[in-house]
Design a binder for this molecule. Structure first.
Ligand SMILES: Nc1nc2c(ncn2[C@@H]2O[C@H](COP(=O)(O)OP(=O)(O)OP(=O)(O)O)[C@@H](O)[C@H]2O)c(=O)[nH]1
Ligand SMILES: [Mg+2]
Length: 195
């Protein structure tokens, strides 16, 4: 399978609840992970354009942002989880919002779960993997910011993530800085859309 070649992309919807998202039948691919893990940076890097907001401060993306790719599918940038500085109530509503999206969205074909290889697995990462598997949606784990990690440490992190989150399957390695992992992610997306 060859990778999806992104010929066109536009931001189509920015919503607080997934029920307010696009109501056409196009398939969706969601990008999920803890706050600041690099979701928006990964999308910008795949798009070759700065469409998604990126910040050094965690909690930048607070809405579900639907990017229409090739008039064919949506890439959905989700709010990050586990951001400590927002209030408990708001955190819970984000949590229920994202979990209901992951559980209920019938058009969701693939969840790309982003993991920072430098940070130990959190209970929220485990929840994400569990929700997605329960819903029967394919999960692709991707390590972000790999330009910041040496080879040995990266191999160790990959083995740990495979064991703790991947049911033995190692994650892909990605860097928005170098573009490493582009082809692999877009090939996995092509497979999920064709399935
Ligand atoms: N070195 C390096 N830094 C990165 C990479 N990807 C993201 N960053 C940095 O990490 C920070 C957070 O990136 P975002 O893309 O905003 O992360 P996010 O997951 O969308 O964050 P929220 O929207 O807050 O959930 C920014 O300072 C980015 O520049 C990468 O591949 N390499
Ligand atoms: Mg973001």
């Amino acid at each position: 399978m060859s990778p999806v070649r992104i010929a066109s992309v536009e931001l189509r919807a920015t919503v607080a609840q997934h029920s307010q998202g696009p109501n056409d039948a196009l398939p969706q691919v969601a990008f999920a992970g803890r706050s600041n893990v690099g979701k928006s940076s990964l999308l910008n890097s795949l798009f070759g354009q700065r469409l998604a907001l990126v910040s050094k401060t965690p909690g930048k993306t607070r809405t579900l942002n639907y990017y229409l790719v090739n008039q064919q599918c949506y890439f959905v940038d989700l709010p990050g989880y586990g951001f400590a500085r927002i209030g408990r109530e708001q955190r819970q509503s984000w949590g229920t919002n994202i979990t209901s999206y992951l559980r209920e969205e019938r058009r969701l074909r693939l969840v790309v779960g982003l993991i920072d290889p430098r940070i130990p697995t959190s209970p929220l990462d485990l929840d994400l993997a569990a929700f997605v598997r329960q819903a029967g949606t394919p999960l692709l784990l991707v390590m972000t910011k790999t330009d910041r990690v040496g080879r040995g440490a990266l191999a160790q992190a990959a083995a740990r993530i495979a064991r703790e989150l991947g049911e033995g399957v190692p994650p892909l390695a990605f860097s928005a800085q170098t573009g490493a992992g582009h082809k692999e992610i877009l090939t996995a997306v092509a497979k999920a859309l064709a399935a």
